[in-house]
Design a protein around this ligand. Structure first.
Ligand code: GLC
Ligand code: CA
Length: 540
């Protein structure tokens, strides 16, 4: 068990991440909104997703797409009202779905009232809510801004210039202006964040995805022990009052994140650490290596990369083993900070990728549009997106105006829709049994009927050849069910030996397949023959 018991519903949860700006515009102003999300709940449920994570939808000047919050307890008018959000919670619940909002605890917008008060010369309740040095000219090792306030001090940033760091104190104090983690100011910040969580949870919210969860306490050690303590303190009253609530961290170090009380942590591609040049998730889909002038794509899912699954497992397995009884380490198809897989990978490569990503242990997250393999569409930056903007374009619903995203004028759209003639849409793919949409539905549709695919189902590596491209693993349920999952993303046929006792039977036992995957039994025992670019889920 984790620090706090995780809600049972997570075991069969599948999340759909919504970037609210771009999902569905219900009132023709060109920006997605909460009513648009409500309209599409049945669609999301039809995909096989029973939970949502909505990126920040609170009042904000949108210099970082809403990750610069100016009021945590007010829905941004462009998305609707607090009542719309409450209606969204109710309608989702009526359909058996859950809703996570996005909590940004490390920083606010520079336009938040707390920060405005904090910049004042006169002492007030918020003077120490942010981290201020002892003079406008006295900077520090952390990013800071001086010369912007009447107050004669510089303030520490958490991310962009518009995002001053909230004060959770310092683990190691090396300047007189730094406060401890149990100073009254740090306590007040934690209390304020607990109040924000309570505000939404008591109105029907089911939990939070937590932004930059490891960033709270400054000068923390490598494992963020002081930040872990801060989270335990904050989550303890919240979990007690709302035992069904769920928390997923943007931390990318599950052992630390789960020790802090999170139920789940994300496997992310963009975290480099002192010991890892590229983490496992990165190795799967986004591994590029400079080869002279050229950049080589060595990602496991890239058909001609030649990469074995071994390096991924070297990163993943220790984390999985150390955390499997305490919570979940979650795979995502992509997110709002990451370049989409299409069009870099072909549809076939992506289908095999989803085969694995959506059948591994933990709770899967599908990024809106990935179910139709929406393409990364390079665009000028919008709301602090920079390269991320290309993964944030409007959802492509159908043939209508603006591909069904909005009835508004083209010039008013939040971002342009993919202009390609052959841009994938939900409407087209619904009619095509070979589409990405059908494949995603097929994979997610396996989960309700197969306990082996639950978040906490067993996981065991069956084959991971060093000199090969194949990967086979066994998922097992508490009802004794065993599913063998095998893939070969490469361009050559391969054959892997199966351990004794593992007898995948004939075709009626194949629950999902791409290409040729055939069980074989011979004198040397059982084996699996995996054609080029193949994937299968087999009953054993
Ligand atoms: C997280 C968010 C990202 C945001 C940043 C600052 O990484 O996912 O979108 O820009 O934090 O809040
Ligand atoms: Ca709108």
């Amino acid at each position: 068990m984790g620090v706090f018991p995780s809600p049972e519903w997570l075991k069969s949860a599948v999340f759909y991440e919504i970037y609210p700006q771009s999902f569905r515009d219900s009132n023709a102003d060109g920006i997605g909104d909460l009513n648009g999300i409500i309209e599409k709940l049945d669609y999301i449920k039809g995909l096989g997703c029973n939970a949502l994570w909505i990126n920040p939808c609170f009042e904000s000047p949108f210099k970082d797409a809403g990750y610069d919050v100016s009021d945590y307890c007010k829905i941004a008018p462009r998305y609707g009202t607090n009542d719309d959000m409450i209606r969204l919670f109710r309608q989702a619940h009526a359909k058996g779905m859950r809703v996570l909002l996005d909590l940004v605890p490390g920083h606010t917008s520079e336009e938040h009232e707390w920060f405005r008060q904090s910049t004042k010369v006169e002492r007030n309740e918020y003077s120490d809510r942010f981290i201020w040095t002892d003079g406008a000219f006295s900077g520090y090792a952390l990013p800071f801004i001086g010369g912007e306030s009447k107050r004669d001090a510089a303030y520490i940033l958490n991310f962009f210039k518009c995002q001053p760091a909230l004060n959770y104190g310092f683990a190691k104090i090396d300047r007189p202006w730094q406060m401890s983690t149990d100073s009254p100011a740090a306590r007040a910040t934690k209390q304020a964040m607990v109040d924000v969580m309570r505000y939404w949870l008591s109105r029907g919210c089911d939990g939070f995805r937590v932004d930059m969860a490891r960033s709270l306490v400054k000068n923390d050690d490598a494992h963020h022990h002081a930040t872990i303590e801060a989270w335990k303190e904050m989550l303890s009253p919240v979990k007690q009052e709302f035992p069904e609530s769920a928390f997923v961290s943007e931390w990318a170090a599950p052992q630390d994140a789960l020790s802090a009380g999170f139920d789940m942590d994300f496997y992310l591609n963009h975290e480099k650490t002192a010991v890892r040049e590229a983490n496992g998730y990165n190795l799967l889909a986004r591994r590029f290596v400079k080869d002279g002038e050229q950049e080589k794509d060595l990602s496991y899912f890239t058909a001609d990369s030649g990469t074995s699954i071994k390096a991924f497992l070297a990163d993943y397995l220790p984390e999985y083993e150390a955390t499997k009884d305490r919570g979940y380490f979650c795979f995502l198809t992509c997110n709002h900070d990451t370049v989409r897989l299409a069009p870099r990978l072909s549809d076939l490569e992506i289908k095999i990728a989803y085969g694995m990503l959506l059948t591994m242990p933990g709770v899967p997250f599908v990024y809106y549009g990935d179910e139709i393999a929406m393409r990364y569409y390079a665009l000028p930056t919008k709301e602090g997106g920079y390269f991320r903007t290309g993964s944030r374009t409007p959802m492509q619903w159908g043939a209508g105006a603006n591909l069904g995203f909005s009835q508004g004028a083209k010039e008013d759209l939040y971002l342009p829709v993919d202009p390609s003639q052959d841009a994938p849409t939900v409407e087209k793919q619904e009619k095509d049994p070979d589409s990405m949409l059908h494949w995603t539905k097929l994979l997610l549709g396996l989960r309700p009927g197969h306990r082996a695919l639950r978040a906490d189902g067993g996981f065991e590596v069956v084959a991971a050849p060093e000199n090969g491209r194949s990967f086979a693993y066994l998922r097992s349920g508490d009802d004794g069910e065993r599913l063998l999952i095998a893939l070969n993303p490469g361009l050559e046929d391969e054959r892997v030996a199966l351990p004794d006792g593992l007898n995948p039977a004939e075709s009626e036992d194949c629950l999902a397949a791409i290409g040729q995957v055939r069980p074989e039994s011979g004198e040397e025992g059982n084996a699996l023959s995996l054609g080029a670019q193949s994937f299968a889920v087999l009953r054993c």
